[in-house]
Write a protein that binds this ligand. Structure first.
Ligand code: ZN
Length: 185
């Protein structure tokens, strides 16, 4: 894996990120009262004065599966009309469910989007995805080894195919692009 060369500086400002990321809770998800902001763990966070709930807003986790065929082509899916960046292509991926093993989530998303079954191997890339500022995720790209299934687009994908690295269709996400560029194609 490669390190990023333009990471923002670490900050201990208790108001770091405030107002920067849309989609903050305004009401307590536990009791429904309005949230205020309270200094917890060095950061002012949305908190409920009625029940004590504190919203530690963490990124979601997205798991992607990198599959290459015997001709070294890469498996990509085209994002369907209801998906983010519809019509553009991405490495098969999706959100890991709460409590779900990250590799099981990767395998599930691959099966749902492509009809293929794979053994999930080691991580080959990790990145922060900020393309949707209201739903930031940490992406983990796993190497996959195809073991079965039958290629058919499904779920959020409306097409699926194998592409030579030099002839890729338009990509939806710059983080997929950064990983693919790291392959030296
Ligand atoms: Zn509450």
């Amino acid at each position: 894996m490669h390190s990023h060369d333009s990471l923002p500086e670490a900050s201990s400002d208790p108001d770091r990120g405030f107002g920067e990321w849309p989609g903050e809770f305004r009401f307590c998800p536990m009791c429904g009262d309005s949230l205020t902001r309270r200094l917890v763990g060095g950061k002012r966070r949305p908190a409920c004065e009625s029940c004590g709930f504190v919203h530690f807003r963490n990124p979601g986790v997205g798991a992607a599966v990198v599959l290459r065929d015997e001709q070294d082509r890469l498996l990509l899916v085209r994002r369907g009309p209801h998906a983010t960046r519809a019509g553009l292509w991405s490495i098969p991926a999706g959100y890991v469910d709460y409590g779900e093993d990250v590799r099981a989530g990767a395998a599930r998303e691959l099966l749902e989007e492509t009809g293929l079954i794979a053994t999930i191997g080691e991580p080959v890339w990790v990145a922060t995805n900020t393309h949707d500022p209201a739903k930031v995720t940490i992406g983990i790209w796993f190497a996959g080894e195809l073991t079965g299934g039958r290629l058919a687009a499904g779920d959020d994908a409306d097409d699926v195919g194998w592409f030579p690295l030099g002839e890729l269709p338009p990509l939806a996400f710059d983080t997929d692009g950064a990983y693919i560029a790291s392959l030296g194609a």
